[in-house]
Write a protein that binds this ligand. Structure first.
Ligand SMILES: NC(=O)c1ccc[n+]([C@@H]2O[C@H](COP(=O)([O-])OP(=O)(O)OC[C@H]3O[C@@H](n4cnc5c(N)ncnc54)[C@H](O)[C@@H]3O)[C@@H](O)[C@H]2O)c1
Length: 374
């Protein structure tokens, strides 16, 4: 039986991936997760009784703990989801992003290199280290064009910079040591178990609580949305058939402005829980969830548009997204309605729905005058 080590498996995409693997493959799955505010064992409840599943609470930057896990479980592949992932938090406190996303990935690569170089030849050849990266490393697009695998790296947020740094280390371990690495760059995910600080679950939770639904800036920033199960299938395809040393962009050709996304979430909620039956909403004198939408000051450095060219993974690996945005959004909204206690539990004492990432940055001219630098 093959063993896959999944870091960050108690988070949003990682836990969806663990469920998919245990459902579709006869593999042993070992999750390593630090259980930060964003990770929860509630996300893995469905698999906790599966004898093929094991959980280790550890930091990927903890070389000794990760080494011990490798020694004990002798993995055949590793998928690195573990990361600090919220751009707004990276604005308020970039250090954690450097520590986990860049240094953590480096430590993981080091442990993997030591382990991998001792494997016998055929296991060494078949071994895979897969890095789950993001389209955000490519920066921002104008009104036209798409991110391709050879697009220039131009990270704009500390989050994107830390993920870009990790990608460069992963690439270097392939070029320098010949380690069999793979990198995926996926666009914005949505679906079950996404932490309620991110746009879609935040909108649902604000709407249900009849609180104002914040949209940054003019609401016209564009993201390319993919349902999490489609992303997880793409990762399986890349692990199985991806060319070693390569990068694959993953997306669903589904560009939407933030305003469109929030409006569509409100429409889905109207169908599932009509505003006229929601007493809390009626008490605010709003007639529909849409009335709660409020434009708020923009995020510093907010990328304007992301759009993914995913023709490589479609052409070479035969993967394509299957779930339409309309369908994915409805099942997601329904999941959050049915799992309100999950949202409460994962937020409890960790996140109160407050706006993050508004650190005031000195205007460039003033900064120069103060520091005297060019
Ligand atoms: N969510 C998206 O839209 C998206 C899109 C593209 C790529 N990604 C990438 O996918 C990965 C997973 O994203 P997500 O949205 O599921 O994130 P998430 O924030 O929901 O989960 C991250 C998980 O990593 C764990 N973790 C954090 N620091 C750790 C550390 N030092 N050691 C071990 N575990 C640690 C957390 O406890 C949590 O379980 C990330 O690498 C992210 O950059 C996300």
């Amino acid at each position: 039986m093959l063993t896959i080590l999944v870091t960050g498996g108690a988070g949003f995409i990682g836990s969806n991936f663990v469920r998919l693997v245990l459902g579709k493959r006869d593999w042993r799955v070992v999750v390593i997760d630090k259980l930060t505010y964003a990770g929860s064992l509630l996300n893995l409840r469905e698999v906790e009784d599966d004898p093929r599943y094991s959980f280790i609470q550890a930091d990927i930057a903890d070389h000794a703990a990760v080494s011990e896990a490798f020694d004990r479980w002798q993995p055949d592949m590793i998928v690195n989801f573990a990361a600090e992932t919220h751009v707004d938090r990276s604005i308020d406190g970039p250090r954690n992003f450097l520590t986990t996303n860049a240094i953590g990935t480096f430590e993981l690569l080091e442990v993997t290199r030591q382990y991998w170089s001792r494997l016998e030849l055929s296991r060494r050849r078949n071994f895979r280290f897969m890095q789950i990266s993001t389209d955000e490393v490519y920066g921002s697009l104008g009104d036209t064009g798409f991110f391709k695998e050879d697009s220039r790296y131009a990270p704009n947020s500390p989050y994107a910079a830390s993920k870009a740094s990790a990608d460069h280390f992963v690439r270097s371990y392939n070029k320098t040591y010949g380690m069999p690495t793979l990198i995926s760059h996926c666009s914005n995910n949505y679906g079950f178990n996404q932490y309620p600080e991110k746009l879609i679950p935040l909108t649902i939770s604000k709407a249900l609580a009849s609180e104002s639904i914040p949209i940054y800036g003019d609401g016209q920033n564009v993201r390319d949305w993919v349902f999490v199960a489609d992303h997880c299938e793409a990762i399986l395809a890349i692990l199985a058939r991806g060319r070693v040393g390569e990068q694959y962009n993953v997306g669903a050709k589904c560009e939407r402005t933030n305003l469109e996304v929030v409006s569509e979430v409100c429409t889905a909620l109207e169908e599932l829980m009509p505003a006229e039956h929601n007493n809390a909403l009626l008490a605010t004198r709003c007639k529909s969830y849409r009335d709660l939408i409020t434009l708020v000051p923009d995020r510093p450095g907010h990328d304007r548009r992301y759009a993914i060219d995913c023709s490589r993974i479609e052409r070479e690996l035969g993967w394509t997204s299957r779930i339409s945005f309309e369908m994915g959004l409805r099942v997601t909204a329904r999941w959050y309605l049915l799992n309100r206690s999950w949202s409460q539990s994962v937020k409890q004492g960790r996140y109160d729905g407050r706006r993050l990432g508004l650190t005031v940055v000195a205007p460039r001219g003033k900064e120069r005058a103060r520091t005297g630098t060019a």
